[in-house]
Design a protein around this ligand. Structure first.
Ligand SMILES: [Zn+2]
Length: 773
């Protein structure tokens, strides 16, 4: 379909006339309001000499459809950039489709482009308005004529057939396509249009599940390993694991090559950025070494467009902090956010519910992310889609001084590692590795406990800021990671570990005992880990009718004589079991194996093996008591407190949301951290909090996630909560005698006492940002 000779507005009017007049009216109102807003361009005026990637705080992207060259109304979009306070734009340049007349005949040009240089025109317009320009590429695949011209540049299966995605051919990362062709395209675009940088949408070549056997791959891998490329996936084969590592290393080579190319051709600030999400699962499946990438980056362009139900809006705040943990808090992270309907059902051309987009954006901003609206096609008949980003971005522009150049405050570190996802998680990494982490995040958000993600290799670097570390089923650990944890606890830090933590070496191979066994006060006696044993994996992943028995038991026995293996009843429960006084059992669902428990360690819960769930007549515990531990606490040796939870309540909370599990996780953190947190919030609802220090100010984000759609997208109505009572600890140098509310703009009072500031927020609709000075 093409619409020759029509500009965007005419097309809209014609389309709207056939359906509804409302779209045109909305659109006209939006356009009329455009001129009144000053964009505060990224390049203009005083910027302290900072490069574009340190001062461009709001981004926008119209992902150009192939039909768009005939209908792209540049003047309208310039007004839209102003209206949304956009300071940088991502513009399609090349890759699958080129939007400029390239000198390389094999670069497929947009069918309606003619001789037009749409990319160049847009780059010039954006530069004229003082905006930063990032040229968008997609180097993953090309059209058939390219494949015919260079058949040796393409990924091939074991039979020598080229890999395809639909009718396009997948390029091989080990071919001259990446070593020569892409760099020459980058140089051409820089010479023609001088973009500030590049973003490549799908830059990593083939994903992990498809092995390339092209000549280039076969030769290069043999040169490295002295072995042929593995015929199939086999996580227990050292050659397969070497192939995994080799693939990661090649992606980093490409990252560095492209950055050398763009800097040589475009100057030291001309950056190349591959787009990455915040999902460790996705990164593992696509050989994207997130820590290594973020550590070598000056600026991150994040592709994490939308909420999914299981991880909630809070995931976006978590992702911002995950990236900054490796990137540094002095640098910026921009995130592409979908204005269209996604992800459960994707409709690229209709507007997503505005509150749904808004909460995702606000969580990102709270996590240190710079917002970036993302639209597909330059001409949308659902003009509501254009209304969505403006309010948040205009608020962002008004308050930007408080939203960057700050450091998070949190005393609890949630440890992650991508190699645990690779070599322990293997083909079940979402369940085995990501869900435990998400379960913890959800429990900590719900309990309003400030926390930060910390990479396992950064434990030693960051140890001083944390009182407590959480290892969520961190089974595959390197020797240096184990040593860092031991050192942390030996210096008085507290530790919570779950599932099979430290059960394996860094390749996911079983160790004779937990590497952290002495800290846990518990030792392996039986089962193999889930990484190498199918039965163990099923036992982890399935849900069975099992329970944990809390010890000591507080309720009268109703099941006959004592079994003889139960712990002695003391009549008083450990603080970790606070609020469970009316029950002796908790729903569990997994299977547990015996462990040998050290003298001095205390077992707080034991395993009740499975029994029938139906018919009801059959529902009675065949073995009401065992001595198989589900939860152990250990305070021996005058070090930090240690809790080990073999029962994977974190993973099961992430999946099933049973409140007991979240409460037990929160209790564990409160006990481990000795209730010593820098922030206390009282009031109803699910409210996520993010606390920062910026010189002599504290900045507190509160996001109201209390909603009918909290666990099932989309949210379509915001529901206020309040009042909220907040206490925040004042670091040295912050007086705490003045307070400002950046969202409601209401006057507010603050009181200080014993180094804490106290204040009340009558109501929070979507979010509030409190500045305490
Ligand atoms: Zn190949």
């Amino acid at each position: 379909m093409t619409i020759p000779g029509e500009n965007r507005r005419a097309f809209l009017k014609k389309s709207a006339a056939a359906t509804t007049f409302l779209a045109v009216a909305d659109f006209a109102a939006l356009a009329a309001g455009a001129a009144s807003v000053n964009s505060g361009p990224a390049k203009a005026g005083s910027n302290g000499g900072l490069p574009w990637y340190r001062r461009t705080l709001r981004w926008g992207q119209t992902n150009i459809a192939e039909i768009d060259p005939q209908r792209y109304d540049i003047a309208w979009w310039r007004e839209y950039w102003k209206r949304t306070q956009t300071q940088g734009v991502i513009i399609n340049a090349a890759g699958i489709v080129a939007y400029y007349p390239s000198k390389f005949p094999l670069q497929y040009r947009a069918s309606g482009l003619g001789g037009r240089d749409l990319f160049g025109e847009l780059a010039q317009a954006a530069h004229g308005d003082g905006l930063a320009v990032v040229a968008r590429m997609d180097s993953n695949r090309v059209h058939e004529d390219f494949y015919r011209a260079h058949p040796d540049w393409f990924a091939r299966d074991a039979d020598g057939e080229p890999y395809r995605n639909a009718d396009l051919y997948v390029t091989c990362v080990n071919s001259p396509y990446y070593d020569e062709f892409i760099p020459s395209v980058l140089r051409e675009i820089i010479e023609r249009s001088h973009p500030e940088g590049f973003a490549d949408n799908n830059w990593n070549g083939m994903e992990r599940d498809r092995i390339c056997y092209c000549e280039n791959c076969r030769r290069k891998f043999h040169d490295l390993a002295g072995q042929p490329i593995p015929r199939a996936k086999n996580w227990d084969d050292p050659v397969y694991r070497q192939w995994i590592q080799w693939n990661y290393a090649r992606r980093l080579e490409i990252w560095d090559l492209n950055n050398r190319t763009t800097r040589e051709a475009g100057g030291p600030h001309c950056l190349w950025m591959g787009m990455n999400g915040g999902s460790i699962t996705y990164a593992s499946q696509h050989f994207r070494d997130l820590k290594a990438i973020w550590e070598r980056s000056e600026f991150v362009m994040l592709d994490e467009q939308t909420r999914v139900d299981a991880t909630g809006f809070q995931h976006n705040g978590e992702v911002g902090k995950l990236v900054h943990g490796a990137l540094g808090w002095d640098k910026l992270v921009a995130e592409s956010i979908a204005m269209y309907e996604t992800p459960r059902s994707t409709f690229r051309l209709t507007a997503k519910s505005e509150p749904e987009v808004r909460l995702w954006m606000l969580e990102g901003i709270a996590g240190g992310i710079q917002p970036w609206w993302h639209l597909v096609s330059a001409c949308d008949e659902d003009s509501r889609i254009y209304r969505t980003p403006g309010p948040v971005l205009r608020w962002h522009a008004e308050n930007q001084a408080y939203l960057v150049n700050r450091r998070p405050i949190a005393t609890v570190g949630l440890v992650w590692s991508q190699s645990n996802a690779d070599f322990y998680g293997r083909d079940d990494l979402d369940e085995l590795v990501e869900l435990p982490r998400h379960g913890w995040t959800n429990a900590l958000v719900r309990a309003r406990i400030p926390h930060l993600p910390v990479h396992a290799d950064h434990i030693a670097r960051d140890a001083d800021r944390f009182s407590t570390l959480i290892l969520p089923n961190l089974a595959a650990m390197s020797a240096s990671q184990v040593e860092a944890v031991k050192h942390f606890v030996s210096r008085g830090g507290s530790l919570i570990a779950t599932g099979e933590t430290s059960r394996c070496n860094e390749w996911g191979e079983p160790l004779a005992d937990f590497a952290l066994a002495d800290l846990f006060g518990a030792h392996v006696v039986g089962r193999q880990p889930a990484s190498t044993d199918a039965a163990a994996r099923r036992a982890m992943l399935d849900t069975q009718h099992t329970y944990l028995r809390l010890t000591p038991e507080l309720r009268a026995r109703t099941d006959g004589p004592k079994a003889g293996t139960e712990p002695a009843v003391t009549g008083e429960r450990h603080p970790v079991l606070k609020d469970f006084d009316e029950t002796d059992i908790l729903a569990f669902g997994g299977l547990l194996e015996p462990l040998r428990v050290d003298n001095g360690a205390t077992v707080l819960a034991t395993f009740i093996p499975p029994f029938p769930i139906a018919p009801p007549e059959d529902v009675w515990m065949r073995e009401p008591r065992t001595n198989i531990p589900g939860l152990i606490v250990n305070e021996t040796g005058g070090r930090g407190r240690v809790a080990f939870l073999p029962a994977d309540f974190d993973r099961r909370y992430g999946r099933d949301h049973l409140p007991d599990r979240g409460n037990l996780l929160a209790n564990l953190v409160r006990w481990a951290a000795r209730d010593n947190f820098p922030l206390q919030i009282k009031g109803p609802g699910l409210v996520d909090s993010h606390l920062y220090q910026q010189k002599d100010k504290l900045i507190l984000h509160l996001i109201n996630l209390t909603n009918a759609g909290t666990w099932r997208a989309p949210v379509d109505e915001l529901i206020p909560v309040g009042p909220m009572t907040v206490r925040v600890q004042l670091p040295a140098g912050i007086r705490g005698n003045c307070i400002q509310l950046l969202v409601s703009k209401r006057p507010a009072k603050v009181a200080t006492k014993n180094g804490w500031a106290h204040f009340e927020l009558p109501t929070i609709l979507d979010h509030e940002v409190v500045v305490v000075g």
